[in-house]
Structure formats: structure tokens, C-alpha cells
Design a binder for this molecule. Structure first.
Ligand code: MG
Length: 207
């Protein structure tokens, strides 16, 4: 299993980071040891003083494939969920400044929080999904998939040129604007808006 992540996939988030809007998907990975499942608590790591949440829609890959063509991309994901791409922003800035890889800022243990999944058919209306993050009950991020720079199918096509997609892999599809710090004691709640109503898919307590 691998965790593939897409950076700067919403223009408003690229802007808040002072980054250019990418012309190709920006891809990085996290190892399996980064996963945090079943609403287990997240323990604030000692190596950062500026840990940020990034709420993202996560695709669960449903079958193996490489060099996937656009017309078949939808066959490769049937469930979506919400995840948090925890980021040590201070370390990430250091890595970026030096031109170094940013794994220590993005791929550390439990940096990939993942919640529950729903079947895509029950969750989507023509690909227009809405999702948001509450921090201690207050809405801090609000995303709409119509604003994706590279929609889900484009990501499947692009990523599978380089990496064989395997059943059970995850793709974190990028975060909208509103990223910010967490502190010990914070409660994060990720909500997906579906035709059947709002579904809380993710809960994460920072300890
Ligand atoms: Mg991210």
C-alpha cells in the first residue's frame, strides 16, 4: 500500500502559501507508517513548533493499473473519504528554502490521518462535492471539488504514468485554503456534504 499525495491542487491554497499555480500535478508520497486510522488520537510530535492541518478528499484505489487512459480513470476508484495531511510547516519551509525533499515535514509517523469511506455513487452529484473541516467546532476549511486544478480522473491518469496504482492505495487529492496550526487539545472533524446529507467521516483529537 502506498499513500500518494497531491500538493497545491486548489488555487486559493497555492495563493495562501505564496506558491505558483502548478501546470502539472505536484506529487509526493508518504509511507504506510504514516497512516493513522480508526479515530485514534494524534500525538503532537516534538520536532515541530508549527504543525498544520490540511483536510483533503482521499480516493481509495479499487484495482491495479498503470498508464491508465482518461476514459477508464473512473473505474479505478469507487470509494472516497476524508484525510488530514499533517504538515510540519516550519520544517517544510526549511526544506523548500534549501531545495531539499520534504519527507521529514510531510511523511512522518501518523501524518496521514484517514477517516471513513463512502461509496462514490452515494456521495457525488456530477462530481461536485463539498467538504469542510471543523476545529473545536468552528469551520476553518471549506472545499469544493469544482475548484480542483487537476480533477480526480486527471490525477489517476497522471500518477499512473509513473507509479503502478495498486488496490488499496490512497490518493490525497489536495487541500483547499484555510490551512492552519493545531495545538494539543484540539479536536478536528472532517465533514463531507452528500446528497443524503452531511456525513462526519473523520475525527481526530490532538494530544
Ligand atoms: Mg496536502
Amino acid at each position: 500500500m502506498k499513500i500518494i499525495c497531491i500538493g497545491r491542487n486548489y488555487a486559493d491554497h497555492a495563493k495562501e502559501m505564496g506558491s505558483n499555480i502548478p501546470t502539472k500535478p505536484l506529487v509526493f508520497m508518504k509511507p504506510g507508517s504514516a497512516l493513522l486510522v480508526n479515530s485514534k488520537p494524534f500525538y503532537y510530535p516534538e520536532f515541530t513548533k508549527n504543525l498544520h492541518y490540511e483536510l483533503e478528499i482521499v480516493l481509495k484505489i479499487s484495482k491495479n493499473g498503470r498508464h491508465i487512459q482518461p476514459e477508464f480513470a473512473k473505474d479505478y476508484y469507487q470509494e472516497i473519504g476524508l484525510g488530514i495531511d499533517f504538515t510540519a510547516r516550519d520544517l517544510q519551509h526549511e526544506c523548500k528554502e534549501k531545495g531539499h525533499p520534504w519527507e521529514i515535514a510531510k511523511a512522518f509517523d501518523h501524518s496521514a490521518v484517514i477517516g471513513k469511506f463512502v461509496n462514490l455513487k452515494t456521495a457525488t452529484i456530477d462530481g461536485h462535492l463539498e467538504f469542510y473541516l471543523n476545529k473545536n467546532g468552528e469551520k476553518v476549511q471549506h472545499g469544493f471539488t469544482k475548484d480542483l486544478i487537476f480533477p480526480f480522473d486527471d490525477l489517476i491518469v497522471y500518477v499512473s504514468k509513473f507509479f503502478k496504482l495498486q488496490k488499496g492505495d490512497y490518493i490525497y487529492t489536495g487541500t483547499p485554503a484555510g490551512v492552519g496550526p493545531v495545538a494539543i487539545g484540539d479536536e478536528l472533524e472532517g465533514i463531507l456534504v452528500t446528497p443524503g446529507g452531511e456525513k462526519t467521516l473523520l475525527n481526530c483529537a490532538v494530544k
